[in-house]
Design a protein around this ligand. Structure first.
Ligand code: TPP
Ligand code: MG
Length: 586
């Protein structure tokens, strides 16, 4: 008998779904977040036996499932899997793929596919995923033969985690999941991380030694605890002022004397002005993208100010801004190598101090109008967060309160969608809490974002974990109202919201609800939420007039002429069911 045949004879036949579940285990995938569909019953059946090794998390919405997998990837640097059904499930989940792509998060998305023999008939829920996900994912493929499962899953993990990490989408033909095949499982690849070129590291050091006003911009994904500690050593030894990229807030310890704040949406204009003065930019992990560079305006594209850019993918280096030195490296190995360099004799102590004092000035809480001062609330929250707390954020103006007032420390994490996807925060917090049940997990979200995916709190109850959700309720899509007031002052159109009683919402699940309307009530409410041990929600009733941390609606309208009052709307001619609007608080 041939060797291969003899080997095969010893392998028990398994259906494709079981081969897939075993392939996930073999590749170290230990979390699957899913909304079921009949298109992958066999895979769910395969996962039935993998219970001890894979945590199967049943979600309420596919966007939530993919966002949970994304949060897992952001926090661990390893991919989790999400599973969704054909057409509709894939469409709901697509937002999570875009988040993972723009955030460089390793992630696997499995999509049930129609039976292969019906391809091209516009069959029930049929979609060509290679086309649909082409611009959203790092790689899209489809498995049509069960014996290819181990190979494709192994390669998918390698693609998701190598170079610039990202999401991989794998469609699963329905009938191949049922096929009985005899295939071996494949080992997880042991690939060493890309190490920076020692000559390039010396050039970096030489450039640093010549600089007078360097600024570091820290971003990227898949930082390990060791890498973060090494980065801190390198940047503190050289006393380089450090900024963090958009939604990468806790990538650097904000309590350190060289932390200068964030570069992103709504950042400190003083800091942005200072970065324009820099004579060397050291971008570690940051792609120097749209938000970080203030719409590609912060730096000179021709590179008149030298830029050193460190990224795991050479194709991304200098993509928009010409670099003086590009270093292709895994971020953690770069940090370790950088920490091992002899520090330069920094002649910029005053410069670093100036940038740090900007950060401190930002954190001084103004006397905001209204009973609930969110600046003070954030400063208090900083003291209440666990030393290794995970904070998740959504898209919205509310996010500015935490970035401006909270200094995260080295073992804390702050994760959010750099693509500005609303609806990320609550599922991310649920996924984070499932993956790290012993860490405090706090979701920050606006009233708009909460009503997009807040129902994933049901998943937290189902899986017995207790995140804490802070809902910043200003009764509007505040960010868009801000843009609207700038472009079309006084003409409020399509941005006002009517909300439920958020505390009662979580109480309906059996959770702990609080409503905070005054500054002094926040800390006790937060402490009660923690002590309850239940999933908790604290509604922060904010002053809608305070549209950002820096401006009121009145400020945005200043100097502009109010329009003539709009004509009174005529009563609708058709009789219909009318619902009286909920009573407004403001
Ligand atoms: C999925 C999605 N839809 C729409 C938008 C556009 N958008 C950006 S912020 C925002 C308003 C967010 O409202 P809310 O969550 O209440 O936060 P606020 O800005 O009021 O603090 C909207 C609609 C988006 N970024 N993502
Ligand atoms: Mg809002």
């Amino acid at each position: 008998m041939e060797l291969a045949q003899a080997r095969k004879a010893r392998i028990a036949p398994r259906h494709g779904g079981k081969v897939l579940a075993d392939a996930l285990v073999a590749q170290g995938i230990d979390h699957v977040f899913e909304v079921p569909g009949e298109s992958f019953l066999d895979t769910l059946d395969g996962l039935y036996d993998a219970g001890g090794k894979i945590k199967l998390v049943t979600c309420r919405f596919e966007a939530g499932a993919v966002n949970m997998a994304d949060a897992y990837g952001k926090l661990t640097g390893r991919p989790a899997a999400a599973m969704v059904t054909r057409g509709p499930g894939a469409c709901h989940g697509a937002i999570g793929v875009h988040v993972a792509y723009q955030d460089s998060t390793p992630l696997l998305l499995f999509v049930g596919q129609i039976p292969h023999q019906d391809t091209g008939r516009d069959a029930f829920q049929e979609v060509d995923y290679r086309q649909m996900f082409a611009p959203l994912a790092k790689w899209v493929t489809q498995i049509d033969h069960a014996k290819r499962i181990p190979e494709v899953v192994a390669h998918a993990v390698d693609v998701a985690t190598s170079g610039r990490p990202g999401p991989v989408v794998i469609a699963l033909s329905e009938e191949m999941q049922k096929d009985l095949v005899q295939v071996p499982d494949l080992r997880r690849a042991s690939v060493s991380a890309a190490f920076p070129d020692p000559d390039a590291m010396l050039r970096m050091r030489a450039m640093l030694a010549k600089a007078k006003k360097p600024v570091a911009v820290v971003g990227g994904s898949c930082w390990s605890a060791e890498g973060r500690a090494a980065l801190r050593r390198f940047l503190t030894q050289n006393n380089i002022p450090v900024t963090v990229g958009f939604r990468r807030q806790a990538h650097y310890d904000g309590t350190l004397d060289n932390f200068a704040g964030d570069l992103g949406v709504g950042s400190d204009p003083g800091l942005i002005a200072k970065v324009r003065e820099a004579d060397l930019i050291l971008a570690v992990g940051s792609r120097l993208g749209d938000a970080v560079t203030q719409g590609y305006s912060l730096l000179d594209m021709a590179g008149s100010v030298p830029i050193i850019q460190v990224l795991p993918d050479g194709g991304e280096i200098g993509r928009v801004f010409r670099t003086a030195l590009g270093i292709v490296s895994d971020l953690n190995t770069f940090a370790l190598a950088a920490a091992g360099l002899e520090p330069v004799k920094p002649g910029w102590a005053k410069w670093t101090q100036e940038l740090r004092s900007l950060r401190e000035a930002q954190r001084a809480v103004p006397n905001y109008q209204g009973t609930l001062n969110l600046g003070t609330v954030m400063r208090e929250l900083e003291g209440l967060l666990g030393a290794d707390a995970i904070v998740t954020t959504d898209a919205g103006n509310f996010a500015g309160w935490a970035t401006r007032f909270v200094n995260f420390s080295e073992h804390q994490r702050y994760i959010g969608p750099t693509n500005g996807a609303m609806g990320y925060s609550v599922p991310a917090a649920v996924g984070a809490k499932i993956a790290f049940p012993d860490r405090m997990v706090v979701a920050m979200v606006g009233d708009g974002g909460f009503m997009m995916t807040g129902q994933e709190i049901a998943t937290a109850f189902h899986h017995g974990v207790a995140p804490i959700v802070l809902v910043f309720n200003n009764q509007m899509y505040g960010t868009i109202r801000m843009h609207q007031e700038r472009a079309y002052p006084w003409r409020v159109s399509g941005t006002a919201l009517t909300n439920p009683d958020f505390a009662k919402y979580i109480e309906a699940f059996g959770g702990h609800g609080e409503v905070v309307t005054e500054t002094a009530s926040f800390s006790p409410a937060f402490e009660r939420a923690v002590a309850s041990g239940k999933p908790a929600l604290i509604e922060l009733r904010t002053n809608p007039e305070q549209i950002t941390t820096r401006a009121t609606i009145t400020d945005l309208r200043a100097g502009k002429t109010p329009p003539k009052p709009a004509p009174k709307p005529k009563r609708a001619a058709t009789a219909g069911h009318r619902v009286s609007p909920a009573k407004k608080r403001v």
